[in-house]
Design a protein around this ligand. Structure first.
Ligand code: CAA
Length: 257
């Protein structure tokens, strides 16, 4: 099976998925999320696969959800479609997924990396949730998973300001497991993935499930809440203005309504 928005390569027991919308800095549109889920469905069903690596390009892991796809949507459209619900399936996978992040991991790109089991970063990686600059909020789990990963002070600062973390700062803060020189990131990540894939798949999946239990309960409530208010923000003038300004390449004029 071939995909338009990603590349899938199998190396013995490791699957390498490379996001491949270079002209849009791998912005996550509906097609990419659907194809990523199709690829993951296939890999999860294949007993020969023990670990998955998800990566992007040297410039961008992913620069966010696709703003151009969302900009004109109305509140009823995104609410009735339960917009972003398909992305939740990525977080509920049972086999281990390692994110290998180089360049920008912003907005939905940062949230996608956070849905993986751990993150390895290139020294040029940048992590951030800039949704506030568009007049919206993170809605693929960012307000919840970033807060679990970094604690309230840093997560709140990043969400309210849109500031980006360097790879080094992200490692110090516990968002990233290890940082590698950009040219070594993929090779080092694949080596670790091969080691994981060589272990008992049952034990590996049990460990993943158990570690994830530490984050359940209040997280699911938090995610539901986050999604609903994200849908509601599409009823505001500032969402329309923030996204239109991005598309038209001009500064936004927020009315704060
Ligand atoms: N959606 C759609 N298109 C995007 C995009 C995005 N998130 N990010 C970049 N692109 C497009 C640009 O529009 C541009 O396309 P054109 O050539 O057709 O103009 C192309 O990718 C290259 O981008 P830039 O020219 O902007 O590249 P740059 O190197 O100057 O800047 C950047 C890089 C700082 C990452 C900048 O592209 C940027 O700020 N992107 C948007 C980041 C962002 O706001 N992400 C959050 C999106 S909302 C979200 O993720 C969802 C959520 O939870 C609600």
């Amino acid at each position: 099976m071939s995909y338009e928005t990603l590349l899938l390569e199998i190396r013995e027991r490791v699957a390498l998925i490379t996001l491949n919308r270079p002209k849009a800095l791998n912005a996550l549109n509906s097609q990419l999320i659907a194809e990523l889920n199709q690829a993951l469905d296939r890999l999860e069903a294949d007993p020969a696969i023990g670990c998955i690596v998800l990566t992007g390009s040297p410039k961008a892991f992913a620069a966010g959800a696709d703003i151009k796809e969302m900009a004109e949507l109305s509140f009823p459209q995104i609410y009735l479609d339960d917009f972003f619900a398909a992305a939740d399936r990525i977080a509920n996978r049972r086999k281990p997924i390692i994110a290998a992040v180089a360049g920008y991991a912003l907005g939905g790109g940062c949230e996608l990396a956070l849905m993986c089991d751990f993150i390895y970063a290139a020294d040029n990686a940048r992590f951030g949730l800039p949704e506030i600059t568009l007049g919206v909020l993170p809605a693929i789990g960012g307000t919840q998973r970033l807060t679990h990963a970094l604690g309230k002070a840093k997560a709140m600062e990043l969400c309210l300001t849109g500031r980006q973390l360097t790879a080094e700062e992200a490692e110090r803060a516990g968002l990233v497991a290890r940082v590698f020189a950009a040219e070594q990131l993929l090779e080092e990540t694949l080596k670790v993935a091969e080691g994981i894939a060589a272990k008992s798949l049952t034990a590996t999946m049990m460990i993943k499930e158990s570690v994830n239990r530490a984050f359940e309960g209040s997280l699911s409530e938090g995610l539901r809440f986050e999604r609903r208010i994200f849908h509601a923000v599409f009823a505001t003038a500032d969402q329309k203005e923030g996204m239109a300004a991005f598309v038209e390449k001009r500064p936004p004029q927020f009315t704060h309504r």
